[in-house]
Design a protein around this ligand. Sequence first.
Ligand SMILES: Nc1ncnc2c1ncn2[C@@H]1O[C@H](COP(=O)(O)OP(=O)(O)O)[C@@H](O)[C@H]1O
Ligand SMILES: [Mg+2]
Length: 426
Amino acid sequence: MTDEVSGAPAAPAPDRTVTGASIRLDSVVKRYKGQDRPAVARLDLEIEAGEIVAFVGPSGCGKTTTLKMINRLIEPTEGRIFIGDRDVTREDPDKLRQSIGYVIQSGGLFPHWTVAKNVGAIPRVLGWDKKRIAERTEYLLDLVGLDPATFADRLPKDMSGGQQQRVGVARALAADPPVLLMDEPFGAVDPITRVRLQDSLIAIQHELGKTIVIVTHDFEEATKLGDKVLILSEGGHVEQYARPEEILTAPATPFVEEFVGSGAKLAYLTVSRVRDVEVDEVITARVGESSAAVIQRAKAANQTWVVVVDGEGRPRSWPTLAELASKSEVSDFLDRRLPVVARSSTLNDALDAMLATSQGAALVTDGRGAVVGSLGIGSVTEVIRTKLAEGQPEAEDSYTSYVDGAVSAPTPVVAADEGAGSAGPS
Ligand SMILES: Nc1ncnc2c1ncn2[C@@H]1O[C@H](COP(=O)(O)OP(=O)(O)O)[C@@H](O)[C@H]1O
Ligand SMILES: [Mg+2]
């Protein structure tokens, strides 16, 4: 990545390499023994190569069943499933599963195996030599944001839930499968870790161009991660399959409308990304630099604070110039409560990060965690204001066109739980 620290808007993404394969479900049915209704009644679905598709819907609607039919952890009762041109319903299921990455909640790691042994599991089955496995493991740990030197020999129990989940993703990618299936992978981690894992998945997807199918029950997660979102109701019935913006602006059925429900109030915040907003320039400093020199640099750029970064450009702290001046050299203090968001984060994530740390701004990082600028709360509210103005034509009864005493309607009452999204000042 060659992100510059500047206020210029991000350059459009270059044509991405697609290493994924398309997936096609053709009249797929699943009836479990002893159940009178099919779990999946009849599903037709096409997923484009290199896209992320999120399956979302209420519990029991058939998301997991559908996902597991793709790698045949569950056998379809009827129908065909194709990956690329291959009819996988005719393939040996063990072989098939070696060519499809699969990630479950909490990573699903083997507890008595080190991280490296976990990641190398499938390559060992495939008979790769040791050197190739070691190189691949190092590459993948780095890709998912874990330092190989620190983590390769650790056991899962000595890692956080989020770190274990990262290893789960690395393991699923080990044999470079064209398709990655994920079943509620971020369901068991705290909200802040969850946002980081989501952003990391988006960055990985941009780098590798795999086809990813992710199951979630969280609509916001689905719209954030999915290039397309599949909304299912009971029996694996397709309510809508479309891009997130389309689902939010044109829900296909009353079911979708209700399902999107309260989430829609935040729609603009969940479909708008940090990368869509111009970030502010930041001045960076290295640990051990002369404070006076940094202060001079900051003042020349009209900045009142700077970002102290590590060797990889990742933020450590964001002292004010007064704080810098209290020491002769830039200190190695590591601020664990920095609000940090990725460019793929939604504006809703950015607001959450600011609110969680009681700050009026957040630092913006690239896919590898290097700081590329900052985002102020004002820029976020500006986006909401603009979007609301676009979405809602000028109200008929405005303050300026109102003639005193013309209407004797009662004072409008806004329910407390309606939130500012729908009832803000026009
Ligand atoms: N092994 C099974 N045997 C019988 N019924 C099952 C089995 N697995 C799932 N079901 C049923 O199939 C339906 C869909 O389940 P599932 O695909 O797990 O839903 P979701 O992942 O959307 O919550 C549910 O009614 C569930 O009870
Ligand atoms: Mg499920």
